[in-house]
Design a protein around this ligand. Structure first.
Ligand code: 13P
Length: 244
């Protein structure tokens, strides 16, 4: 069984000095057995965070390009991320989909490249508020899942993050029962495809120290993807330890 993954998505926050300050406070935090803490800093901080990370904690990137290399100014490749010490890469985060216009086809291509490059992709899926209100949560989420995994979904070596878009950065967290229903559908869909035997399904969207235990106790929730509350070492430590 893979450890429960508690992932810090720092988005476009923190400078070198702020990352150093985070890890000098974080240095003392003991991650409970059976849990893994992973950090997803902005690209220029990857090497520094790799150096500062305590043993057993892991590094990931927030995005990657679908080509292995090439004339793509401003982009970063999967092989380079691997070389920089990343184990993971987030793909299809809602900010990539809805702010930067990445579509399912592109995210699927990135997924293939990440797998080929020896990174463990975390494919992010999630519905908009109007899609939820129209009762379309499961078709949207499962459609993103299928498109992301591609026509030959791999046996294993990837994870999924369910992040309802209306819950990201809004303070509105999905009720554990609603998250649980979507997680169960994702897990059932993977089983049906015969894919992702070791896949964890993380929940993300306004995770805080006071809701992390209930979310982690929900069947089908195998980890958390944390934005705002991962920027502060005390609050991310509380989330990492929640319910353990
Ligand atoms: P918040 O935790 O700030 O809502 O962000 C969630 C997220 O997008 C993590 O990837």
């Amino acid at each position: 069984m893979e450890p429960v993954l508690v992932a810090a998505n720092w988005k476009m926050y923190k400078t070198t000095a702020e990352a150093r300050a985070f890890f000098s406070a974080w240095g003392e935090v003991a991650v409970p057995p059976g849990r893994e803490a992973a950090f997803f800093p902005p690209f220029p901080l990857l090497s520094l965070v790799k150096e500062l990370l305590p043993a057993g904690q892991t590094l990931g990137a927030q995005n990657a390009h679908e080509a292995l290399e090439g004339a793509f100014t401003g982009e970063v490749s999967c092989p380079l991320l691997k070389d920089a010490g990343c184990s993971y890469v987030l793909l299809g985060h809602s900010e990539r989909r809805h702010v930067f216009g990445e579509d399912d086809r592109r995210i699927g291509a990135k997924f293939q490249t990440a797998m080929k490059s020896g990174l463990r992709p975390i494919l992010c899926v999630g519905e908009l508020l109007d899609e939820r209100e129209a009762g379309r949560t499961l078709p949207v989420v499962l459609g993103q899942l299928e498109a992301g995994l591609g026509p030959e979904p791999p046996d294993g070596g990837f994870d999924i993050a369910y992040e309802p878009v209306w819950a990201i950065g809004t303070g509105k967290v999905a009720r554990p029962v609603d998250a649980g229903e979507v997680h169960a559908a994702i897990i059932g869909h993977l089983r049906g495809l015969g894919a992702g035997r070791d896949a964890r399904v993380l929940y993300g969207g306004s995770v805080k120290p006071d809701n992390a235990s209930a979310l982690l106790a929900t069947p089908g929730v195998h980890g958390l993807l944390v934005g705002g509350a991962s920027l502060d070492p005390a609050s991310f430590a509380a989330i990492t330890r929640a319910g353990s």
